[in-house]
Design a protein around this ligand. Structure first.
Ligand code: DP6
Length: 333
């Protein structure tokens, strides 16, 4: 029996309130601007990594089924970085499952690569700092760098060419347990254009991309101030503005990228109507048609009911702020 070491980690997905959209370096996944997000509880990924000398290739099992070669190659390339760091050669079996079905459009690479970074490094016997884990997770997916941390998290653009300073960190005052994010699912299908390709096309062809990038530092400063002051309307206003500007830049790409469907727009109208009635609710939208609504715990049921009554909304999930990625089990053989 050869030596095998295994670790299981859990990571929550995160939803950006100030969006990441565009890279300054594609190979290292270095963002062209900073971003700020909320890590969620209960919507994430659980991943076990087991290194074994008995394997002649890395294996990836996704939701109980062997993954396709493309997904396996992406994970294998990530494991190569971990092996290089640990001076190890053993191949690994990676068993991973999302809380939401992958095809729902909510299962994310953010929680996936955060859980993989934590599980793979621990299984390889490494003890990385949170900042080092964030840097490693970023190499899998830019947004994954943020899911290493819980609550409200800011990702730094960084200045260095090697990306050592392009890491996430908790925001001061970012442990805000009263926040809720109500997710309105508006489609069962896979998204039309993946975020990696869409942000690259936006950067290359959208006349609005430069304006988008120029707007981010101000939104980050405003979001930080809103968080420090526990000012939900101010944070919500930043979130809506950032999402709309991100989508505006993508809409203006060539060919244009439209993620919204009729229910996306209807849900945005619902949020505006709620606000007109005095309910502090604010939407954000990622690279897909679902609408995520930021509000306080006391309003979450009202927001949830209003979204469920919105034509085209298929179902909702009410999510709370969650912990950062963490190990839940270790096995040493
Ligand atoms: C719209 O992190 O999925 O969700 O770095 O290419 O893997 P890659 O992109 P990804 O992009 C996330 C885009 C977004 C906004 C955000 O999460 O900040």
């Amino acid at each position: 029996m050869s030596e095998a070491r295994a670790a299981t980690a859990v990571a929550g997905t995160n939803i950006a309130l100030v969006k990441y959209w565009g890279k300054r370096d594609a190979a290292l996944n270095l963002p062209a601007a900073g971003s700020l997000s909320l890590t969620l509880e209960g919507l994430g990924t659980r991943t076990t990594v087991r290194f074994s000398d008995d394997l002649d290739a890395d294996r990836l099992v996704l939701a109980g089924t062997p993954a396709d070669p493309r997904a396996t190659a992406r994970v294998s390339a990530f494991l190569d970085r971990v092996r290089a760091r640990a001076s190890a050669r053993a191949r690994a079996e990676v068993v991973t499952a999302n809380d939401m079905p992958t095809a729902s459009g909510l299962a994310s690479s953010a929680s996936g690569f955060a859980a993989l970074a934590v599980a793979a490094t621990r299984a390889a016997g490494l003890a990385l700092s949170p900042a080092e884990l964030s840097e490693l997770a970023r190499l899998g997916s830019g947004s994954a760098a943020r899911s290493i941390f819980g609550g409200l998290v800011e990702m730094a653009r960084g200045e260095r060419a090697d990306g050592r300073d392009a890491v996430a960190a908790p925001v001061a005052g970012g442990d805000w347990p009263d926040l809720r994010l109500v997710v309105a699912v508006t489609s069962e299908g896979a998204k039309s254009v993946g975020s990696t390709e869409a942000m690259e096309r936006t950067a290359r062809t959208s006349p609005y991309y430069a304006a988008w990038l120029a707007s981010v530092p101000g939104d980050l400063a405003d979001a930080r101030a809103a968080i420090a002051a526990r000012d939900l309307p101010r944070l919500g206003a930043v979130a809506e503005r950032s999402a709309l500007r991100m989508h505006a830049s993508a809409l203006a790409a060539d060919p244009g990228i439209l993620y919204w469907n009729a229910a996306t727009v209807a849900a945005m109208e619902t949020v505006k109507a709620l606000r007109a009635r005095g309910c502090a609710a604010f939407f954000t939208i990622d690279a897909g048609p679902h609408v995520k609504v930021l509000c306080a715990y006391a309003d979450a049921a009202t927001v949830d009911q209003a979204l469920l009554r919105t034509p085209g909304v298929l179902r909702t999930v009410v999510a709370s702020p969650g912990r950062g990625a963490h190990v839940v089990q270790m096995d040493v053989a």
